[in-house]
Ligand binder design. Structure first.
Ligand code: GLU
Length: 288
């Protein structure tokens, strides 16, 4: 008799994926803190990935500040740009070959099409209201059926053709059942930008899969992006991780915390003499 097959127990792998476009603020810290707690509760690993693809917005000084602020706050990662690891590199700017390979697969299988529309064109052609919590207007489909007759040197992005009318459902570990309708809640989305930069949706899926992330913890503002990304996992034949979307932290006026809320940046809080311990305690009281 053959022995029963060994059970493969996959270890929990979570990640922190900050973009170095400004100083980290309390909203990021809170989401990351939940990510770290979930990794610890599951005796898992936490990976740090530096999402530095957008060279028009990111600055080197923010990368150093980011690492320092994260360490000061009490984050500990076992793989990352500063310490390496088995899925290195952990700077997205050094992972272009992975994104190009994924783009090539999408192109060869006809899931994407070139699009010459600018943001302005789309806004002008879009009458549909923006989807909730997601500031991406629904693409009106102008370039969908045009084919590949582009003039040489035309600037274009690659857009993913969503299966109109299909409901994309997933279970969120925090918020429960989620459903979004392709073509209604979100439209065809950019996977490669006109300035030759892979878009967040593609880079994130490629990296989360390559780094064998088992659960993605991020803000609830990215719920619709998760639906988009599930489509990419599917067509690229990649394993879909679990998702845990955190409620967003709001300021006193009910506005979402953003990087422009400089007063709540970890830097400023530290300068004002706040300690990480007090901030952790506040998180446990108010948010978790
Ligand atoms: N770099 C992205 C951000 O900071 C990551 C989002 C995600 O966790 O997928 O918004």
């Amino acid at each position: 008799m053959n022995p029963p097959p060994a059970t493969v127990v996959s270890k929990y792998r979570g990640r922190l994926a900050p973009s170095p476009t400004g100083h980290l603020h309390l909203g990021h810290a809170r989401t990351f803190w939940i990510a770290q707690q979930r990794a610890q509760a599951n005796s898992g690993d936490l990976i740090l990935r530096n999402e530095d693809l957008d060279s028009t917005r990111f600055k080197m000084e923010f990368v150093d500040a980011m690492l320092e602020d994260l360490r000061w706050f009490g984050f500990e990662w076992s793989e990352g740009p500063d310490i390496g690891g088995k899925f290195a590199p952990y700077n997205q700017s050094e992972r272009m070959s992975f994104y190009r390979a994924a783009l090539e697969k999408l192109r060869a299988r006809n899931f994407i099409y070139p699009c010459t529309c600018s943001r302005k064109d789309i806004q002008a052609a879009t009458r549909a209201p923006h989807a909730n919590d997601d500031d991406e207007p629904i693409y009106p489909g102008t370039c969908r059926e045009k084919g590949f007759n582009l003039q040489p040197a035309t600037k274009f992005s690659w857009r993913f053709r969503v299966p109109d009318g299909e409901t994309i459902s997933f279970h969120d570990e925090n918020l429960g059942a989620q459903k979004f309708i392709a073509g209604k809640n979100f439209g065809d989305f950019v996977v490669w930008r006109g300035d030759n930069v892979p878009a967040y949706q593609l880079a994130c899926v490629v990296d989360d899969a390559a780094m064998q992330i088992t659960e993605v913890v991020r803000g609830a503002d990215l719920l619709i992006s998760t639906a988009r990304q599930i489509l990419l996992y599917r067509v690229l034949g990649l394993t879909v991780p679990k998702f845990f979307h955190c409620d967003l932290m709001l300021d006193d006026e009910g506005e979402r915390l953003a990087k422009r809320h400089d007063a709540l940046s970890l830097r400023k809080l530290r300068e004002r003499g706040e300690t990480p311990e007090t901030l952790h305690q506040n998180f446990s009281k108010k948010c978790l």
